[in-house]
Design a binder for this molecule. Structure first.
Ligand code: ADP
Ligand code: MG
Length: 699
């Protein structure tokens, strides 16, 4: 950087900007904004049109509008929630402004006769159209709008940060950048950008923060504008470079090559009541080949619910055991780990292979005995929950670490299990299993350091689950279905969902539903599980359901993962329109595990929007998780499908590897060119985009 340029924005702490005090600094840090550069990379996610004043009588529910008027009346109402109601009038209409939090000075500034200009979203309130917590201005030139308001940026925010604050901060950062563009280093060489017709970094940032009035709104909204693509490209480039670095580092690790004749595996296969599907055989071959190498396997095994991943895990474990090593399999809940214990013991005990189970329930001498078996090597295969991470757990010779339902674990936990097995400079092989289907094209682009195997076929002879959408006006009929099914000796799930993020509200909804169902179905034994009930207290309920001691299980989406109760043949999902397709498919996979015909009733709240109808239609028609994931991707875009964060998966802030496929390819080639010609730019670029993330520092 030239000596006469200002201080690098990358290193300039954000509190060097005016009006950033300790409280605001803390809020910014919540969004990982520490430097002025971080602030510049905090981009608006949309733009508002404030270029025109709306007459109050023209407003409609859902409008986002700039309005002006005189306060006719203001009152504090003491209803269920205390609120301030302000009636605003203009020549031909009126609007209610509503504030749930307000200060005394705000109250005074909105008294009758005051002129206000407000911007906000209009919605239908109980009495009239209203704006809840609009942005309010007291001083303005009535009837005129400042130029440049057509594209007002809206920033992703956090509690306590107003949009005006964001605009004020980014104004200052942009001023620094404009004064001296060299203070923000552009690590992407112009040679890579030119063929793609993408602008330099500073120009792109200025454009996105303050689009000119004539900016193509639609192109910006679709994130297809070159200014946006410039940043997306840079991010993809950073990811590709990080990926190459991870792979290089992994190649330096050593694992025990598990080369065996395969006698144990053959024995197990002979004893199974079924033959492997073609897909199971294929992924098993992929795994077996990896395990034979001296480089640690890092493989993600994807397979739809019920596709038979457990037996593949058992066969992989046998390869480790035959080579004289231990294998561990970790599940997210006690219930699932116990289920694995049952299956693995049934399959492996006849071969003389010992299976140990480490559960939170084991205490005292019993626990010490199990730990000794693991440390001494008497336990060849070890099953458990994240209890397997605890310091007191020592393996004798861990050759293979497997993690089931990996989306329930963080990268962190995954790396810890592997770390547990590190011994004599050897790293255990790793197999990570998930039922969350992600289309291959996407998986290849986003999985940071994992190879991918897919079981894309279900074992033969399954009766597909029959899925039906029922409006909640027919709730009584649905309750009768539950009564009939349970009277016939079957079991049922009733799943409650809520839009609210709040676990407390979800829990409340489930409690209310359980109470109502207990009343309508007094002859049934009804259990309840939700996220507010401690895991330790949830387990016995799940156990009781699994043992057939409960007829109906009311639950929130906590039951999503892997529970296998073959006698459960009916599932009711309330408000299915609120969940993603992949999640609905996972939930539904809890039934249809036995031989009887199973049903999934989607109890929706009418009227359904067009997209919601289409989504439920897909779920009724498609039985394959992969087909559903593809459809979901078309309907929602990669960002949301990947919304549930997964271990080992690259998280893009701006880029969308599916939408921007062409750019993704360019980024792959660009990464190679950068390593060759501009190696000194590689680390700073990775750091800019991935600096904070743990997965990029480790393999
Ligand atoms: P998931 O992939 O969801 O973990 P599981 O491993 O629990 O699925 O398998 C579901 C059921 O299918 C189990 O009862 C298992 O024994 C059975 N199964 C697995 N593979 C086959 C196969 N090739 N043919 C028939 N049944 C199979
Ligand atoms: Mg499973």
């Amino acid at each position: 950087m030239a000596a006469d340029s200002g201080p690098a924005l990358e290193r300039m702490p954000v509190d060097r900007l005016k009006r950033v005090g300790p409280r605001m600094l803390e809020r910014l840090q919540r969004l990982r904004i520490r430097s002025v550069q971080d602030l510049l990379f905090h981009l608006p996610y949309r733009y508002q049109d404030r270029s025109r004043l709306h007459a109050l009588r023209d407003l409609c529910d859902g409008d986002e509008a700039l309005v002006e008027g005189v306060v006719a009346d203001a009152q504090i109402s003491q209803g269920r929630r205390r609120s301030l109601k302000v009636w605003l009038c203009d020549d031909g209409g009126s609007l209610m402004l509503r504030f749930f939090h307000f200060t005394t000075s705000q109250l005074e500034s909105m008294g009758p006769g005051q002129c206000l200009r407000c911007f906000g979203e209009v919605r239908q309130g109980p009495q009239s159209l209203e704006m809840v917590h609009p942005e309010v201005q007291h001083r303005f030139d009535a009837g005129t709008v400042a130029v440049g308001q057509a594209m007002t940026p809206v920033y992703p925010s956090t509690e306590g940060m107003q949009q005006v604050t964001w605009r004020g901060l980014t104004d200052q950062a942009l001023a620094l950048l404009r004064r001296d563009p060299r203070t923000l280093h552009d690590w992407v060489p112009a040679q890579l950008l030119a063929p793609l017709h993408l602008p330099p970094l500073g120009e792109a940032l200025v454009y996105l923060h303050r689009p000119p009035p004539e900016a193509p709104l639609e192109q910006l909204a679709e994130r297809a504008h070159p200014a946006f693509l410039r940043l997306a490209f840079e991010e993809m480039l950073a990811h590709q470079l990080a990926l190459r670095r991870l792979r290089r580092a992994r190649r330096r690790l050593r694992a025990p090559p598990l080369n065996v004749r395969g006698d144990l595996r053959r024995q197990l296969l002979r004893g199974l009541p079924f033959g492997l599907t073609g897909a199971q055989q294929r992924v098993l071959d992929e795994i077996a080949a990896d395990l034979g190498r001296s480089e640690p396997m890092m493989r993600l095994l994807q397979g739809d619910v019920g596709s038979g991943k457990t037996v593949v895990a058992a066969l992989a474990a046998l390869q480790a055991v035959e080579a004289g090593f231990q294998a561990a399999i970790m599940a997210p809940t006690e219930l699932l780990s116990e289920q694995h214990l049952r299956n693995l013991s049934r399959w492996l005990a006849p071969l003389g292979v010992s299976v140990a189970w480490l559960s939170g329930r084991h205490k005292g001498a019993e626990r010490r005995g199990i730990l000794a078996d693991i440390a001494g090597g008497d336990a060849a295969v070890v099953v458990g929950t994240h209890a397997l991470f605890q310091d007191e757990v020592r393996f004798h010779r861990l050759g293979l670490a497997m993690i089931d339902e990996q989306h329930r674990f963080g990268v962190h936990q995954r790396l810890r299990l592997r770390g547990k097995g590190e011994q004599d400079g050897l790293t255990p092989h790793q197999l990570i299993m998930t039922a969350t289907p992600i289309p291959r094209s996407l998986a290849m682009a986003v999985y940071a350091d994992l190879d991918l195997s897919v079981i894309d076929e279900l074992p033969p002879g399954r009766t597909p689950i029959s899925t039906v959408a029922v409006p909640d006006t027919r709730r009584d009929e649905v309750i009768e279905r539950v009564r009939t099914a349970c009277a016939a000796g079957r079991q049922a799930y009733w799943v409650c969902t809520l839009v609210e993020e709040s676990e407390a509200l979800q829990a409340q909804a489930a409690e209310d539903t359980a109470a109502a169902l207990r009343e309508s179905l007094p002859e049934l034994r009804v259990g309840l599980v939700h996220g507010r009930i401690k895991a330790a207290d949830r387990e016995p309920v799940m156990q009781a359901f699994a043992a057939g001691e409960l007829d109906l299980l009311v639950a929130t989406t906590v039951i999503e993962v892997g529970v296998d109760v073959p006698n459960a043949s009916l599932m009711i999902i309330e408000n299915p329109e609120r969940l993603g397709l992949a999640q609905l498919h996972q939930l539904r996979g809890r039934v249809g595990r036995g031989t009887v015909q199973s049903y999934c009733l989607l109890l929706y709240h009418p009227p359904l929007g067009a997209t919601a109808r289409e989504r439920l239609g897909i779920l009724r028609k498609e039985v394959s998780g992969f087909a559903i994931a593809d459809a979901d991707l078309r309907l929602r875009g990669a960002g949301e499908v990947l919304g549930t964060r997964q271990a080992g998966m690259a998280q893009f802030r701006l880029a969308d590897p599916l939408r921007d496929q062409a750019l993704m390819q360019a980024a792959q080639q660009g990464a190679d060119r950068m390593l060759e010609h501009w190696p000194e730019h590689v680390e700073p670029l990775i750091h800019r985009w991935l600096g904070e993330r743990e997965e990029c520092g480790q393999v």
